[in-house]
Design a protein around this ligand. Structure first.
Ligand SMILES: NC(=O)c1ccc[n+]([C@@H]2O[C@H](COP(=O)([O-])OP(=O)(O)OC[C@H]3O[C@@H](n4cnc5c(N)ncnc54)[C@H](O)[C@@H]3O)[C@@H](O)[C@H]2O)c1
Length: 379
């Protein structure tokens, strides 16, 4: 499988290039990035010629010798690239979040279906050994049916983007579609994975405590309800505790990370399982890197076997919808049902749609001018 990578930022250098180099049957043959410095760094890392590297991704997708592309750009530009690549018959491995808006994410899914190509979303946390080990405990029924999943990610590192591009793009809602919750939506699909379903409703508060720059949340407390059970996601950029706690009908499970911090910014330390058989604890495998190799291998096999990948485009669209619904809930100070009503402005416009919602004056989103609503607070 001959692959092109579009977007040569940190995730491509740190994860995608090493993963593609380590997996059999795949080879990176082309790169594209409009930032010359990044293109050069990636060219050297991938050991490609200048002719294989383009400032414009259109050159890459016009190449008949490229079978699949990785779209590892920031999310704002991903839909146009992915849809054009699907039209050119390329299979797609897209970084998360798929897009800024659910409408665009669904358009990507439709384009892939129409042109008969695979669309996979990088939901890599379900491939991390620590979360796989937890899922195995659940699947063995050791704590019964999960009733409440609490995912503490209160120490998310606020890592800048590539220096030569736009290091603070994650703090602008027009670029990122949201703040820490959008960036770390890994917790949202992990919660659904643990509970075995997509959420049916969300209730959230968001805030910005640390950062005068940008218009996104740096703090989110989100409750998702499932057909059976609930999840609470506590998330923030900055310093705070991490770890996962699952309570089931017959027991509980706790993941404790180094210094009680937030995984994967610190390694996982111990998983405790308390069930009818008593208490047991084990040290999980702390590796993160192999999860990308498993994603690449799953993508390769999905194409070869004509099956859906572990996280397909629909899964990516559903998670994005769950995040923008949390923003709508925080803005309106009320629960929002999922899947989203397609007439909800956040369906078509993502976080930018929040400005069209009838927010109460005391709404924190309104007071802080989050998600481009600054003009409302000044009015
Ligand atoms: N799955 C994960 O664990 C994970 C981790 C980090 C980032 N990501 C995702 O990967 C994406 C990129 O993040 P990053 O940290 O690498 O960002 P980054 O800022 O380090 O890099 C972004 C790169 O995209 C390039 N780019 C911008 N516009 C482009 C275009 N039109 N065509 C081609 N390239 C373009 C920039 O020049 C830059 O090199 C984001 O969507 C992010 O959410 C996922």
């Amino acid at each position: 499988m001959r692959v092109g990578i579009i977007g040569c930022g940190n995730i491509t250098l740190r994860r995608h290039l090493p993963a593609f180099a380590a997996v059999d049957g795949v080879k990176v043959r082309a790169l594209a990035d409009p930032t010359p410095d990044r293109l050069q760094i990636a060219q050297a890392a991938a050991d490609l010629t200048e002719a294989d590297c383009a400032l414009d991704w259109r050159e890459m997708i016009a190449r008949p010798d490229i079978d699949a592309v990785v779209v590892a750009t920031p999310q704002r530009v991903r839909p146009a690239i992915a849809i054009a690549a699907a039209e050119a018959g390329k299979h797609l491995l897209c970084e998360k979040p798929l897009a800024l808006t659910p409408a665009e994410a669904h358009a990507m899914v439709d384009a892939a279906d129409r042109h008969g190509v695979i669309l996979a979303t990088v939901h890599n946390y379900t491939f991390m050994p620590v979360y796989r080990a937890i899922k195995e405990v659940l699947d063995r029924g050791e704590i019964g049916d999960v009733e409440v999943a609490t995912l503490n990610f209160l120490g998310v590192e606020d890592r800048p983007g590539a220096a030569a591009y736009a290091p603070r793009w994650r703090h602008a809602s027009g670029e990122a579609g949201g703040g820490v919750l959008m960036d770390m939506l890994h917790a949202v699909y992990l919660a659904g994975w643990f509970l075995g379903a997509d959420p049916v409703a969300v209730s959230a508060v968001v805030d910005r405590r640390l950062d005068g720059e940008g218009d996104v949340e740096d703090f989110a407390l989100v409750r998702y309800d499932y057909p059976r059970g609930h999840a609470l996601i506590n998330m923030a950029w900055g310093h705070g505790p991490g770890g996962v706690e699952l309570t089931g009908t017959q027991g509980r499970l706790m993941l404790v990370n180094e210094d009680f911090g937030t995984h994967p910014f610190v390694p996982p330390e111990r998983v405790h399982v308390i069930g009818p058989a008593g208490h047991r604890a084990f040290a999980p495998d702390p590796e993160v890197g192999p999860s990308f190799e498993l994603i690449v291998a799953d993508f390769r096999d999905a194409i070869a076997q004509g099956r859906q990948p572990a996280a397909d485009g629909a899964a990516g669209a559903a998670v994005l919808e769950a995040v923008v619904a949390a923003y709508a809930s925080a803005a309106l100070e009320r629960q929002i049902d999922l899947p989203l009503d397609t007439t909800n402005p956040v369906y078509a416009h993502g976080a930018a749609g929040v400005a069209a919602l009838p927010m109460p004056d005391r709404s924190r989103v309104r007071q802080l001018g989050l998600f481009g609503t600054g003009s409302l607070t000044n009015a």
